[in-house]
Design a protein around this ligand. Structure first.
Ligand code: G1P
Length: 293
């Protein structure tokens, strides 16, 4: 799990606090990601942190605060019972997502592995999306399997965008990936949503890769190199009922917080009532203001 980025798009909130600790409803973003991976039965997680991010290490300590059972986020029981183990390594200074993934090389060895970005929360029943990516990766004997979501074209310049040649049931065969294209240059409206499965050959591409104009190693460029050398690269879209919440910038963060509240079993229903009342008041100011007694 890469979590080394500086989070500058959320300054000043993330000047001292890692963006992965930003609350998404009642839990920090990183808890949702750990929970998703644990639910998908991924039992060993390496978190790649950068300078100023040791709060993540403290937070993910299974002994933290010895919370009573009722206050524990669901993933904590998994960590406490050692079904899932979290390890840490450092990328210092951070030099791009590609370099962050390259930091995991020794940890991974010769196995296929999932990359889950710590600032992208995926809401899917019991980690089903991560599971589908892993199953499709095996079924397609792929070098890379990318989780993708449909976006409005104007948003293309915030994402890695795929070019698709063929669709085999749920699997989209990918011939190219472009990082943050201008909307009119985007090869499709399908964007990488922060989940990937790779075979270890991605490390060879990362070794051979040149840094981009900003001096960073882009994971997307390594995936494009895999595709252009004829290695099988494929993508799996989020299902209509699945959601990606992005903690990376203010407008998407606001929505992520609201969605996080709504999907909490205990807090969700009353928060929903509040939002409905607020929406009614915003549309028609003669309706009661829910923030006044
Ligand atoms: C990264 C990836 C991009 C992907 C995005 C999803 O960009 O480089 O391909 O679409 O995550 O969150 P970042 O948001 O870190 O700039």
């Amino acid at each position: 799990m890469p979590a080394a980025g500086r989070g500058t798009r959320l300054y000043p909130l993330t000047k001292v606090q890692p963006k992965e600790m930003m609350p998404v409803g009642p839990y920090p973003a990183i808890d949702w990601v750990i929970q998703e991976l644990a639910a998908a039965e991924i039992t060993e997680i390496l978190v790649i942190i950068g300078p100023g991010k040791s709060a993540l290490e403290a937070h993910l300590d299974p002994q933290q605060g010895r919370l009573p059972e009722s206050d524990r986020p669901p993933w904590l029981s998994e960590l406490a019972s050692s079904r899932t183990t979290v390890y840490f390594t450092r990328q210092n200074p951070p030099g791009g997502l590609g370099e962050a993934v390259a930091c995991a090389r020794q940890f991974i060895g010769d196995e296929d592995f999932v990359v889950a970005l710590g600032d992208s929360v995926i809401i899917s029943e019991n980690g089903a999306f991560a599971r589908r990516l892993l199953d499709a990766h095996q079924a397609g004997q792929a070098a890379a399997t990318l989780g993708v979501q449909r976006i409005a074209r104007q948003q293309a310049s915030s994402y890695g965008v795929i070019e698709v040649t063929e669709e085999i049931e749920e699997r989209l065969l990918v011939s190219d990936v472009v990082e943050k294209p201008e909307p009119d240059q985007a090869p499709s409206d399908l964007a990488i949503c922060g989940r990937y499965v790779f075979s270890p050959e991605i490390f060879i591409e990362l070794d051979n890769l040149a840094t981009d104009r900003g001096g960073e190693l882009q994971l997307t460029d390594a995936i494009a190199a895999l595709a252009s050398s004829g290695k099988p690269v494929q993508a799996i879209p989020l299902a209509p009922e699945e959601l990606r919440l992005d903690v990376g910038n203010f407008s998407s963060y606001g929505r992520a917080f609201v969605r996080g509240m709504l999907s909490h079993p205990a807090l969700g229903p009353s928060f929903r009532k509040y939002l409905l009342k607020l929406a009614a008041h915003l549309q028609d100011s003669s309706q009661p203001n829910p923030d006044r007694a």
